[in-house]
Design a protein around this ligand. Structure first.
Ligand SMILES: CC(C)(COP(=O)(O)OP(=O)(O)OC[C@H]1O[C@@H](n2cnc3c(N)ncnc32)[C@H](O)[C@@H]1OP(=O)(O)O)[C@@H](O)C(=O)NCCC(=O)NCCS
Length: 193
């Protein structure tokens, strides 16, 4: 079974980044010149202290980011983008990422991307990460744990329902759907206790 804890070592950063980029590439790709630039920026920007990690046999098998204290799992600040990409590419990336930004909410642990390596899916690791996130929310004193799921991912939505999340709202990114490959998304919440 997987072992779960917050944080990853610098030697695990590339693996965590690879998982995150593979899972969320479709949404994030438009912000960057190419895959290498996007994967590189996202990997460098990952914060261990905002990442729950699942390991199987000591190897990273999955992760779930969360927002806390003004920071999420992927800290793509303007300063970081400008240093990594130069001013013009950073300005485009900041513009393209802005509609995807999640805000922190009082009393709510907002999750920031859950993914499990393809070869480890279907064995309960995603569910275990969601349980750990719920416990983390309770430890932080939050009443709710919240995530968003796009309309093109019904299997993930089914998993969230199965572990106790319910729909809290809907949204649409409107005309931007052509850029990001999805239109509507659903916000889902679960009580932490
Ligand atoms: C969603 C995800 C984190 C679930 O992790 P997991 O370890 O496979 O989850 P569990 O084993 O606890 O539960 C299995 C359930 O996850 C869902 N699931 C399985 N494969 C999936 C996939 N490729 N994409 C989305 N959901 C998937 C299904 O509901 C599945 O149940 P089913 O086999 O009865 O259909 C994982 O599949 C994944 O990383 N998918 C790609 C990235 C993604 O879609 N992230 C969610 C963004 S909101």
């Amino acid at each position: 079974m997987a072992e779960l804890s917050i944080g990853f070592t610098e030697s695990e950063r590339a693996r965590v980044g690879e998982l995150y980029w593979a899972a969320f590439r479709a949404k994030l790709r438009i912000a960057f010149r190419d895959d290498a630039a996007g994967a590189g920026q996202v990997t460098a920007a990952l914060r261990p202290d905002r990442t729950l990690v699942a390991r199987v046999g000591g190897e990273v098998a999955g992760m779930c980011g969360f927002h806390h204290g003004g920071h999420g799992a992927v800290d793509l600040s303007w300063a970081r983008l400008r240093t990594g990409l130069g001013t013009v590419a950073a300005a485009w990336a900041a513009l393209a990422l802005a509609p995807l930004e999640r805000r922190e909410l009082d009393g709510v642990l907002v999750l920031d991307g859950i993914c499990v390596a393809a070869e480890h899916r279907g064995r309960g690791i995603g569910s275990a990460l969601l349980d750990a996130a719920t416990e983390l929310g309770a430890r932080h004193g939050d009443q709710w744990v919240q995530l968003s799921v796009v309309d093109t991912n019904p299997r993930a939505e089914a998993l969230y329902r199965r572990v106790g999340f319910e729909t809290a709202g809907h949204g649409s990114i409107g005309a931007l759907r052509h850029l990001y490959g999805f239109d509507r998304y659903r916000t889902m919440r679960k009580r932490t206790r």
